[in-house]
Design a protein around this ligand. Structure first.
Ligand SMILES: Cc1cc2nc3c(=O)[nH]c(=O)nc-3n(C[C@H](O)[C@H](O)[C@H](O)COP(=O)(O)O)c2cc1C
Length: 199
């Protein structure tokens, strides 16, 4: 099948787009608002976008708390959402008021970060402490405002649970990160193969 992506006339019961860009890693974003309240929310429009220096991005549909806090305070932390943490991750996606501490709401333990103010989560085996870099606003349909914005941050510090490092390598099978598919579906990384690049 083919369909016009502007018209989005796929004719299916649900928009297939996110099921086609899958799996998507989940950035679990911790920020602190100017009101001092800790905010935590998952973003599957998330990825790494540079290694020297290291950058990450997440894309927000409208200016949600994570984007606003990152922009207003200049800092955020990305945590890894694992299979064990899936329900707590999901709890933090609830649309609650900005004076609700979502780390507390999900029963997670805040731990001070080293270089930035937003806390990391003790239960998450990986955390990237980030300095907000800039936001790129993507034009909406027919150039309208109010669509998605890409929030970019430079990674300043990395936490890794020592228990997942084996012979100097991160054993991703010990991390068991979850990833977003389409609809209400997720995947967990539990199947790894190696492919050496030519040359
Ligand atoms: C697994 C998962 C991935 C999500 N990814 C995104 C995303 O990429 N962009 C977005 O705007 N919302 C996404 N959401 C919804 C937000 O997490 C939700 O709107 C949340 O309330 C935003 O919180 P905040 O206002 O504290 O930033 C996702 C939700 C889940 C459960």
């Amino acid at each position: 099948m083919f369909y016009d992506a502007i018209e989005n006339n796929h004719g299916l019961s649900h928009d297939p787009f996110k099921a086609l860009v899958a799996p998507r890693p989940i950035g679990w974003i911790s920020t602190i608002g100017t009101n001092g309240v800790v905010n935590l929310a998952p973003y599957s429009f998330f990825n790494a976008c540079g290694t020297d220096p290291h950058y990450v991005m997440f894309a927000s549909s409208g200016r949600k708390d994570s984007q606003r806090n990152a922009e207003e305070t200049g800092e955020f932390v990305c945590l890894l959402a694992t299979y064990e943490l899936r329900d707590k991750m999901n709890t933090t996606s609830a649309g609650v008021a900005s004076d609700v501490d979502e780390m507390q709401l999900a029963g997670l333990t805040p731990v001070p970060s080293v270089l930035v103010r937003p806390p990391r989560v003790k239960e998450s085996p990986v955390a990237f402490e980030c300095r907000y870099y800039r936001t790129i606003e993507l034009p909406g349909k027919n150039g309208a405002a109010g669509g998605y914005s890409i929030v970019l941050g430079q990674v300043l510090g990395v936490h890794i649970d020592d228990g997942v490092i084996v012979d100097g390598l991160v054993d991703v099978s010990r991390l068991r990160p979850i990833a977003r598919l389409g609809y209400q579906d997720y995947s967990v990384v539990d199947n790894i193969f190696t492919l050496r690049r030519p040359g």
